[in-house]
Design a protein around this ligand. Structure first.
Ligand code: HXC
Ligand code: NAP
Length: 294
């Protein structure tokens, strides 16, 4: 399946958007589409060589402008440097995509305090540090900016074996809603996307390593029976960062092929065959008849 871009070509023309974790995976795919829509994009992450390589590739592919600035989102001085470099290069900042994350699958009782801190610091602290820094700049400069946070479906359901990530994504989601209420008066919007599984090397290496990969097929419990396409996520992200979503704020939009719905008590019954349903129907009807005679 090849996904076409859904917005018109100039949908983000003149906008400058910072994408954390924009050198790899979903951040890179979303950055590509933002550039195709005319935005200037600053990508940042810890590894300068990775973001330099991505910047070169995306500029050649799209003809757009990409600035690559190294930054650990746990460090406020580095965040302020990304902002200063962005303003120097592009003149202003209009959007922030909080996409950086750290995660790995593990029984929680095996984690050291530092392991828990590491994930929460990248995902929650990194998100509120960057949001606070950019929000202050927008309020001071009267810019109606937009924040988009990449969340997860388990930010609301919770999930075993990724507890630090769930705790941090849950916190970031509540921040999204809380600040949407508080900063609406400045014209600042904040939204989130909760993706189901979208294959990336970063996530698959840490969440589906062997033997887990052979033991669990993520598509088996997705009603649409497939993983997500990066283009599908990029379309939604670009829409939420654009003025076309101007009346949407404090929302989290799930894009997961229906995966979270499988928590519904009986939603997993698709393996029951038609013959078995005939039998089940007869059994129920028999019980109904028996109860009427009582
Ligand atoms: C137990 C582990 C561990 C593991 C690391 N640690 N991996 N503990 N099991 N598998 C512990 C270390 O021993 C250490 O604790 C602490 O965590 C910090 O590890 P470092 O390697 O020193 O940290 P750092 O170099 O900062 O690397 C951070 C990282 C790494 C999160 C551990 O994986 C990383 O850089 N990740 C970035 C990319 C990423 O995670 N992408 C996936 C996003 S997917 P001690 O006490 O020993 O010092 C996602 C959503 C997926 O978020 C949803 C899918 C459906
Ligand atoms: P990824 O490629 O590993 O992306 C994570 C990015 O975060 C990397 O570019 C990494 O770059 C950066 N990063 C990590 N620690 C950082 C730090 N301290 N400071 C700055 N940047 C940091 O994985 P992905 O799958 O694309 O994930 C992107 C986002 O989607 C994450 O928020 C993730 O939780 C979310 N998500 C993914 C899926 C999925 O199925 N893929 C599902 C739900 C949600 P450096 O290592 O260079 O710093």
């Amino acid at each position: 399946m090849n996904v076409s871009g859904m917005l018109r070509d100039d949908a983000l023309k003149g906008k400058t958007i910072i994408v954390t974790g924009g050198g790899t995976g979903l951040g890179k795919s979303i950055s590509r589409y933002l550039l195709q829509l005319g935005a200037n994009v600053t990508i940042c992450s810890r590894r300068q060589n990775v973001i330099d390589e991505t910047a070169k590739e995306l500029m050649a592919e799209t003809g757009g402008q990409v600035l690559a600035v190294a930054c650990d989102v746990r460090n406020t001085t580095e965040i302020e440097n990304v902002m200063a470099r962005t303003i120097d290069t592009f003149g202003r900042i209009d959007g922030l995509l909080n996409n950086s994350a750290g995660n790995f699958i593990s029984p929680t009782e095996r984690l050291s305090y530092k392991a828990f801190d590491t994930i929460v610091d990248i995902v929650l602290r990194g998100t509120y540090y960057f949001t606070l820094a950019v929000g202050k700049y927008w309020i001071e400069n009267k810019i109606p900016g937009t924040v988009l946070n990449i969340s997860t479906t388990y930010a609301t359901t919770g999930s075993g074996y990724v507890v630090p990530s769930a705790v941090a994504k849950g916190g970031a989601l509540i921040m999204t809603k809380s600040l949407a209420a508080e900063w609406g008066k400045y014209g600042i919007r904040l939204n989130a996307i909760a993706p189901g599984p979208f294959p990336t090397k970063g996530a698959w290496d840490r969440l589906f390593p062997e033997p887990l990969a052979s033991m669990m097929d993520p598509t088996s419990r997705i009603p649409l029976h497939r993983v997500g396409e990066h283009g599908e996520l990029a379309n939604l992200a670009a829409f939420l960062l654009s003025d076309f979503s101007g009346y949407i704020t404090g929302e989290s939009i799930t894009i997961d092929g229906g995966e979270v719905l499988m928590a519904g008590e009986f939603s997993h019954l698709e393996k029951v065959t038609s013959d078995q349903w005939d039998m089940i129907e007869q059994t129920i009807k028999q019980a109904n008849r028996a109860s009427k005679k009582e």
